[in-house]
Ligand binder design. Sequence first.
Ligand code: SIN
Length: 403
Amino acid sequence: MQSFAAWPAPRLAKDPADRTRTGPKAPAPRPHGRGANRRYTSGTNHERGPEVNLYTGNSMRSRLRAGARRLAVVALSAAWLAGCGGGEPTAQAERTYVIKFPHVTAPATPKGQAADRFKELAEARFPGRVEVEVYPSSQLMDDDASLEALAFGEIQMIAVSLSKFDRLTHAFQVFDLPFLFPDLEAVEAFQASPAGRELLGELTDRGFQGLAFWHNGMKQFTAPRPLHAPEDARGLKFRIMESDVLQAQIQVIGGSPQKMALGEVYQALQTGTVDAQENTWSNNYSSKFYEVQPYLMETNHGYIGYLVAVNPDFWASLPDDIRSGLEEIVAEVTEWGNARAEAINQEAKAQILASGRGEIIELTDEELVAWQEGMRPVWDEFSDDIGQERIDAALASRPGNNH
Ligand code: SIN
């Protein structure tokens, strides 16, 4: 499993739960949807058990020691149950498996809707045996913290933007290459290809067992001035996700990139810490970026999608019927959610238009070609890291296969 020793301290969400570390006692973050308000008093962190405080500030070593102690307790309990003649089947049959599933977008976004659908179907199919606690809108933690929490088994499921796995693998950087995928159909064709499917297992050894790819949508730039040409971006500070490809993409157009968690972007735009950013229509709408960004450029220059991943040890610990049932549900939700993602984004675009705030600028074909050419050097810069074969497989998935 991946050692996180080299990682910087996790950046925790600035929400009421976060303040419990240093400030006055604040209410614990509330799970979203059915099952909210439940509290548990015993067991390991994915069975009915104590609320796991992800904000204790414990060092990694003490958390590992605590994890080892928990494993020992589980092993002893299992041995005791077997010795009592209770046996594993009874113990497993009575157990409720709790899946903590935090994410950073609003419930109405493609990811928010898919996460809620997963909860609904999983709890309906396994009543009393599976509980899914969905925490939307960074209310439990940001993406960086959730990567660490999943690898350490403190949470059980994530759907984190592919861009944000950058420190763990270069393979996913293919999804960040500007203008590589013209639309979600091309992304989907690549993800369904052998080269794409292989990526699901890319991080299993490091604590992230990939189950599916979920779409959000194509990215648009937002800025304090119209960006008709790449030159118009010169000198602007852009918030980006934690990805070196995105960093290079902004540098090549003369902007200054700043990596930042989604939950901090609105305020950063409002206060001028950053000037501009890139995101999907659904994130631009639900995070209200259009309120603080007068121009939204319809560039469709990149993709935001997610690796839906579970902790491999947790997944292996599930009874076979539950594990295979949940995998079927993930597949069903993936089809359902990915088929709706584009419509959700178009609806969000329409809501921005209807708000009368934030002007949407459609670029001409010539302007789009200038953007494509301006950003193209990024492909060469990262082709060795990503692997030219992987880029070629992505190109092959474009309609008409036009390079
Ligand atoms: C997400 O859609 O989950 C994250 C997008 C972002 O950080 O901008």
